[in-house]
Ligand binder design. Structure first.
Ligand code: TIU
Length: 244
C-alpha cells in the first residue's frame, strides 16, 4: 500500500510549524495521581495540587482527537521500583517533605511503581496499544526506552503536554530537542503548582526563535488533527466505514 503523507500548518509561537501527523506522537507527561491528587508526592512537597487540574480537560480533548486519528500516543509515569534501587539517595533525601519517596501514604507508597498513587488519573487512562513509559527521572528519555520507541515508529515531532510545566515537561522537551525532535508544547495542556513558573516555563521554550520548541493551544492542534487528511487518519476513517 502506498502511504501518502500530508503536512498541516499549525499556528504556534514563535512561528507556525508544518506538521506531518503520520510522524507525530502525542506525549503526555506524568498525569499521575501522585502529582494531581491530595496525599501524593506533589502534596508531600508542600504543593497545592489543585493548581494542576486545569490541564486535564484540554489533554482529554487532545487525547480523543489523537485516538480518532490513530496517532501514536505515549504516556509517561515518574516513579521508582519497590526496592528503590533506581532512586538516587540525592533524590530521596532532598528537602523536607511530609512523606519521602517510598514511605506509605494514603495512595500507597509514595512514587512507587504499582501503587495507586503512581497510576495515571482515570480521565486520561491509557488504552490498548498506547505506550506507557516508566521513568525514574524528570526527563522521559533518561533510563527509558522512549528514544528507541520513537525511532522504531519514525516519529520526528512530539506534541507535549502534562505536568509540571517547568519540571518534567521542560526536562523532557530539552532532552527531546537535543535528540533532534521537534517539540510542540500544548500550553493549556500543561500546568504547574506555581502559575508563574508555568508561564515562564513556556516562555523559555519559545524564546530565541524557539530555542527548545514551539508553543500552541490544544484547540489549535485538535483542529489540525480533525481537518487533516493524513494517511493514518484516512485509514482509520475507512476502517471505521466512513465514506472518506
Ligand atoms: N515537583 C514537580 O513540580 N514535579 C515533579 O516532581 N515531577 C514532574 O514534574 N512530573
Amino acid at each position: 500500500m502506498a502511504v501518502t503523507t500530508d503536512t498541516t500548518l499549525v499556528a504556534a509561537e514563535p512561528a507556525p510549524i508544518d506538521v506531518d501527523l503520520t510522524s507525530t506522537a502525542l506525549l503526555i507527561i506524568d498525569m499521575q495521581r501522585d502529582f494531581m491528587e491530595p496525599g501524593g508526592f506533589g502534596e508531600t512537597l508542600g504543593n497545592d495540587v489543585s493548581q494542576l487540574a486545569r490541564a486535564v480537560a484540554p489533554i482529554a480533548a487532545l487525547l480523543a482527537a489523537a485516538r480518532g486519528n490513530g496517532m501514536t500516543v505515549i504516556h509517561t509515569r515518574e516513579g521508582h521500583l519497590p526496592d528503590l534501587s533506581d532512586a538516587p539517595p540525592a533524590k530521596i533525601e532532598r528537602g523536607a517533605p511530609s512523606l519521602r519517596i517510598g514511605d506509605p501514604g494514603p495512595m500507597g507508597r509514595v512514587l512507587i511503581r504499582g501503587e495507586a498513587g503512581h497510576d495515571i488519573i482515570p480521565e486520561l487512562y491509557p488504552v490498548e496499544g498506547e505506550i506507557v513509559i516508566d521513568k525514574p527521572g524528570k526527563g522521559a528519555f533518561y533510563a527509558t526506552t522512549l528514544g528507541a520507541d520513537l525511532k522504531a515508529r519514525e516519529i520526528d515531532t512530539l506534541l507535549v503536554c502534562g505536568v509540571t510545566t517547568e519540571v518534567c515537561v521542560n526536562t523532557t522537551v530539552r532532552e527531546a530537542n537535543d535528540r533532534g525532535y521537534r517539540c510542540i508544547v500544548i500550553a493549556d495542556g500543561c500546568a504547574s503548582y506555581f502559575p508563574e513558573f508555568h508561564e515562564m516555563g513556556l516562555k523559555m521554550i519559545k524564546a530565541q526563535g524557539g530555542i527548545f520548541g514551539w508553543v500552541t493551544d490544544s484547540a489549535v492542534v485538535i483542529d489540525a488533527i480533525n481537518n487533516s487528511e493524513s494517511a493514518v487518519g484516512t485509514f482509520n476513517r475507512i476502517a471505521a466505514g466512513a465514506s472518506r
